[in-house]
Design a protein around this ligand. Sequence first.
Ligand SMILES: Nc1nc2c(c(=O)[nH]1)N[C@H]1C(S)=C(S)[C@@H](COP(=O)(O)O)O[C@H]1N2
Ligand SMILES: [Mo]
Length: 333
Amino acid sequence: MHFHPDRGFRHRVASEITPQAVYERRRDCLRLMAAGAAGPVLAAWAARDARAQGAAPARPGKLAALPGVRASVAGGVTMEKPTRYEDVTSYNNFYEFGTDKADPAKNAHTLKTRPWTVAVEGEVRKPKVYDLDELLKLSPQEERIYRMRCVEGWSMVIPWVGWSLSELIKRVEPTGNAKYVEFVSLADPKTMPFVGSRVLDWPYVEGLRMDEAMHPLTLLTFGLYGEVLPNQNGAPVRLNVPWKYGFKNAKSIVRIRFVEKEPRTAWNKAAMQEYGFYSNVNPTVDHPRWSQATERRIGEDGLFSKKRPTLMFNGYEAQVGSLYAGMDLKKFY
Ligand SMILES: Nc1nc2c(c(=O)[nH]1)N[C@H]1C(S)=C(S)[C@@H](COP(=O)(O)O)O[C@H]1N2
Ligand SMILES: [Mo]
């Protein structure tokens, strides 16, 4: 199998170091964010950081099409220190572009993110093919700083930009038969070199139960650090469900389908015992090949250390625990 907790880690030793001054600026930023002025500020200091480290990567630029990003107080904001922009955009899982952590940043420049449409269909009264520009304006963009925990045992803290998926769901009016939502990523062998390889059964498919999809923390995401999503992070539109393992966050989405039956997801098809449909972050339910009790925060811990305890529902239990009341989380892993 391809998952390895520390594969690719050797690529990023240099960025482990965070000067104190940079850290202090981050604290200032977080304070500003609490005051509701975060997006541009975060972007600005991220750029400063990049210059300070002498390693500025090519960046896609401001989320220009957007009417001012606003900080969100929807319960998803963490005061934890965000992971460096360089790490968020160079240590990726995006198997359409390769299986090493450094592959997506190297290869995803071929992805064509405009024009882009997302077909919203299935058990809805108002199916519609949305153009990206329409989606960008569908609801006010918010900055949400979420923890992201990969099933491989590492985590990051990422300032995403987007709006609650529920905004879109309300507009398309699901029918009574809509019990689940399926998310389908682009699978274009011309621009995605590993589509066609047998790593996964393409396209990449993920899914949520309807109440999970409607939860305000579930974010349809267009940017990070106040800027357009880099291709390697799933441009131009991806999902973020912060209380689930990272693989639930389908990238480069082209189709959102409302269905009656639980969707077969790409990872579930590849290894059913390892990747369940729910995949809620749960330190008490181990993956068959590795413990989920602890995690390594990228940019924070030493090489190969796994120091942090992993939190139930990735620390979002107060917000989402009630969705699973009475459910056997070992059975529905
Ligand atoms: N289409 C697609 N989406 C995907 C993946 C993928 O390989 N293909 N990898 C998933 C996994 S395992 C993780 S941890 C996150 C990583 O997101 P990031 O690279 O933006 O941190 O994307 C998820 N979404
Ligand atoms: Mo992951």
